[in-house]
Design a binder for this molecule. Structure first.
Ligand SMILES: [Zn+2]
Length: 636
């Protein structure tokens, strides 16, 4: 089968209501407000390197660590998100802001190319002494992604040139050559950024260094983090910061031998993203196999129904199989965003709908929940149950998630489609318009739908000249009874392979494909190993996971509601809510709370009838504080 590649996101115009609204909010509110927050929190000032350095805004922990070591990465991610915004429409104000940041980095860059504002400003004699904890390459990776995005959109090379000088320095310090350090970063990121730079430049040295980093990770003895620790003169083998193990940074063994997803969730996802990129690029079967084994491990035992990842705040990551607590779920926004990156890479290793299903699930649920409706509030952790205490944050001590969600939404068009020499594949639906080169012809494609609210999808195909090519339609794994027709003639959907129905024909201008994806509300049950969800159901419709919020279910906390197994789930289109959503309704029971006088009693509680209303999970916590639950008790 032909190899499919991602499309350039600016080539995909979002016309459907769902993504058009999210994109406009991010462009007009999120990205400008994030710049203001970067300034307000002195992150932009930290690039100016005054001597002596100002007092720390976030004092060091007892182990010497301060979150300020990764401020450069926040700036890099903002530049990336802002550059994606510029691809939709140029904006002199945003460009001036980026140029001002580039000025600061240009001035800060050391004569040998080194560029990390924390170390240059605070500990210039300690560079490259603690890769395990201090994110130097991680910062470089995010700055590089920002530079690539800015160059791609504006054609301006200055920022990219600065970063390439920095990379030359890194390549001189690290490697397997004589006198070089055999290091790699405790927080993976630069690996996937280097793959992007390789795709941009075709310069083999970037691919080679990404390969070096992937190959070196977890190699021992000696373990590189021990080597540098001994060089620092520290006796304690592993500090608390690293959770006392190398699993935290996926450096416990070489990556091709890893078969269990462990440690910090975002680090893991960034690593697997780069592994999948590299496996595809160099045709490394062992690396591909490792990606597949790790994918299965996440899917079978470690992912929330919302595509949230990493239940524990303690390590911001994974614990044991089936450990998916709801109220204390960490499920960092960044982890779901990074899962989207990984899923997209897996999809381009093998065009298999199981990857697109997860890409979509994370997109509409675990990632999107991180951004408020107004575009200026965030969730870092994304619990699946709330007593009403958590609220969205205007900013965060570690603002990684804020720019992760904005860079995702600003480039979301790139996830809708892929192309090969002889075909095009639709992964997502939601109303897009694009022109792509397929089989040597420019083909205009217009997908018209109100997805995810409806599964009625029309695709208009307009090749410049009649052309034979594959048009592949993803039939989501959650969908049964899909219908497809071309110019009114039904197509047998049972011919779909790995979640994609291939229509190969001579396409003519004016051809129309209709796709009908029935999306009745369904109940999902968790594996019995997930003890937190025993006896409970989650509600889902199409790609959207639903939740109950107190504001829609007045009378007390939503934890008192129970859903009879026989209760019909009804849909209700609410034009008045969030510019139009589909809610779910059902006749339910609620524990009567008013007659309780004691903490415990032997008399069973009384139930009363109630109407249950469920809202898409990604929209929760946008209408004040209140209780919320995804997993609802089911009763006979
Ligand atoms: Zn984050």
């Amino acid at each position: 089968m032909s190899r499919y590649s991602p499309v350039n996101f600016p080539d995909v115009r979002l016309e459907g209501q769902f993504w058009h609204e999210r994109l406009e909010t991010v462009l007009t509110r999120t990205i400008p407000s994030q710049h203001a927050k970067l300034a307000e929190n002195t992150i932009l000032a930290s690039l100016k390197l005054p001597q002596p350095p100002p007092p720390l805004r976030f004092p060091r922990h007892a182990n010497g660590f301060t979150v300020q070591v990764f401020w450069d990465s926040d700036v890099g991610k903002w530049i990336e998100a802002a550059s994606y915004a510029l691809a939709h429409r140029r904006d002199k104000d945003i460009e001036d802001k980026i140029e001002a940041i580039v000025d600061d980095f240009e001035k800060a860059q050391a004569p040998d190319g080194y560029l990390n504002c924390w170390y240059l400003g605070h500990e210039p004699d300690k560079r490259w002494t603690n890769l395990r904890d201090n994110h130097e390459m991680y910062n470089a990776g995010h700055l590089l992604e920002g530079a690539i995005a800015y160059f791609r959109v504006t054609g301006r090379r200055r920022w990219l040139d600065i970063m390439e000088r920095y990379l030359e320095h890194i390549y001189s310090v690290f490697g397997t050559g004589p006198g070089q350090k055999r290091g790699y970063d405790g927080h993976e990121e630069i690996e996937l950024a280097l793959m992007k730079l390789y795709y941009l430049t075709s310069d083999r040295k970037h691919l080679d260094f990404a390969t070096y980093l992937i190959n070196e990770r977890g190699r021992q003895p000696p373990h590189y983090f021990d080597v540098e620790r001994e060089a620092r003169g520290e006796a304690e083998k592993l500090q608390r910061y690293t959770q006392g193990n190398y699993e935290y940074s996926q450096s416990h063994k070489p990556v091709r031998e890893q078969d269990k997803v462990v440690g910090h969730a975002v680090r893991a996802m960034y690593l697997y993203t780069a592994m999948a990129d590299l496996a595809a690029e160099i045709g490394d079967a062992a690396l591909k196999h490792a990606c597949e084994v790790l994918w299965d491990d996440v899917m079978e035992t470690k992912m929330y129904v919302t595509a949230g990842l990493g239940p524990s705040a303690q390590n911001e990551g994974f614990t044991h199989d089936f450990d998916l607590p709801n109220q204390t779920a960490y499920a960092e926004t960044c982890a779901s965003v990074a899962l989207i990156f990984w899923a997209q890479r897996m999809l381009h290793l093998d065009l298999d709908g199981k990857y697109a299903d997860i890409l979509e699930l994370a997109m509409f649920n675990g990632a999107l929940s991180g951004l408020s409706r107004d575009g200026e509030q965030y969730f870092y952790a994304n619990p699946l149950e709330s007593d009403g205490t958590p609220t969205r944050w205007a900013w965060h001590t570690c603002p990684c998630c804020t720019m992760n969600v904005s860079r995702l939404v600003a480039s979301v068009g790139g996830y809708f489609l892929s192309t090969a020499a002889d075909g095009v594949a639709f992964h997502l639906y939601g109303g897009i318009d694009t022109e792509l080169e397929i089989a040597g012809t420019t083909v205009a494609l217009r997908e018209i739908s109100t997805y995810p609210w409806s599964g009625a999808i029309t695709i208009e195909v307009d090749p410049a000249v009649p052309t034979i090519f594959d048009l592949k339609l993803r039939i989501p794994g959650w969908c049964t009874g899909a219908g497809v027709s071309v110019n009114g003639t039904p197509v047998d959907v049972s011919g779909a392979v790995n979640g994609y129905l291939t229509i190969n024909r001579d396409w003519f201008k004016g051809d129309v494909v209709k796709l009908d994806l029935p999306m009745p509300p369904v109940r999902l049950y968790a594996h019995p190993g997930v003890i937190m969800d025993a006896g409970r159901i989650a509600l889902k419709r199409g790609p959207l996971v639903y939740c109950l919020e107190e504001i829609d279910n007045p009378g007390g906390r939503v934890q008192r509601l129970k859903l009879p197994r026989s209760a019909e789930l009804r849909t209700e289109t609410r034009a008045d809510l969030f510019d139009g959503v589909v809610t779910l309704k059902a006749d339910a029971l609620a524990i009567r709370e008013g007659d309780w006088q004691t903490l415990y009693r032997s008399t069973p509680p009384q139930d009363e009838t109630a109407t249950l209303t469920a809202l898409p999970y990604y929209l929760w916590a946008n209408r004040g504080q209140g209780s919320m639950v995804v997993w609802v008790p089911e009763v006979q």
